[in-house]
Write a protein that binds this ligand. Sequence first.
Ligand code: SDX
Length: 361
Amino acid sequence: MPNNGMDDVVAAETVLSDVDGSAGRLILRGYSLDDLAGVARYEDMLSILLAGFFPDLPDEKRLPAALGATRRDVAALIRTDDAALPPIEAVRAMMARIPDGEDCETALKLIAAPAVFTAAVLRLRRGLAPLAPDESATHAADILRMIEGATPGPERVAALDAYLVTVSDHGLNASTFAARVVASTRAGLTSAVLAAISALKGPLHGGAPGPVLDALDSIGAPDRAEEWLESAVAQGERLMGFGHRVYRVRDPRADALKAALARLARSGGVDLSRVALAEAVERAALTLLKRKKPDRPLDTNVEFYTALLLEALNMPRDAFTCVFAMGRVGGWIAHAREQVLNGRLIRPKSRYIGPIPKEAA
Ligand code: SDX
């Protein structure tokens, strides 16, 4: 059976991120995740990720205002009828109206778009008009305000910034690889990002955080965790929020996001009984997976505490993938540009195992 998951295949050289699966370490353009999560705003992360890829990229002092102005511009692309789709599909449909290009202006539109469109979709489906972006606000603050209609507290803004920074880039995950493949044909940044969003929505990739909460809801109490998890695994189900193609130890982002949740909890913004249930479920799941799959290390991945953090930020669970896209879009664009500037058309080989026509035999 061919290695059709491309496990351990090195398909690109990149300056953007290093995912060390055995050490459980993530480096983003020379910075350790711990130096960034909970410290940098998302705009700062964008300056780091996009440095060198656009000659006219606004410097870190001007980038927040440039992104704010672009949020205002892309709001013109909101379509009410798209809002009837599932949130990630509605966001994808609206983003498809951003003309393709390789320039910084197109990049900023693609970065602004998931934030503006997700907020619009969540309000339209509640019968409310979308709120116009506030170009003077930071990206995370404006996201929360556009969704909720009120100015968010600094702790909640900091929690969303920590999330967006933590998920901004992560090597050649499926959605980023999809972005690089499309970018390598010179199709343009919009096409690359649309391909990435389509990959992200899969439950094995970016579609996992919502089902983490569904599992917590079904389990209901710490003393029911073991029985529920045992039954799920016995039926061949995957425990959402656990396992990873690269990490053979705990995903470092799990602790970065758990720390963000703890900081938010200090301001009273978190249901601590929910965290206690999640910790009990996590302990039971890790014990079970160790017993059931002894030769396959399966540890907590980024999605487990993502789910609790986004729930604490009052994000609807069917929009979690949209929030993931709000952060990862910076990485998708940086990788797409790296592929265009330094790479070639991506075209691997395959081995034909089908029938051979008689005359050719
Ligand atoms: C993300 O690549 C990235 O960087 C992705 C990401 C990013 O930032 O972009 O980190 C984001 O996608 C995180 C992962 C989110 N998905 C989930 O939490 C869904 C649950 N996890 C699994 O589906 C799974 O762990 C994957 C998809 C994440 C990785 O699976 P692999 O590497 O393809 O491993 P596999 O399917 O070959 O499984 C190996 C074994 C199997 O057992 P056997 O059939 O050989 O007996 O481990 C088992 C699997 O059944 N297994 C699990 C499991 N994950 C793997 N069993 C129970 N629960 C799980 N979560």
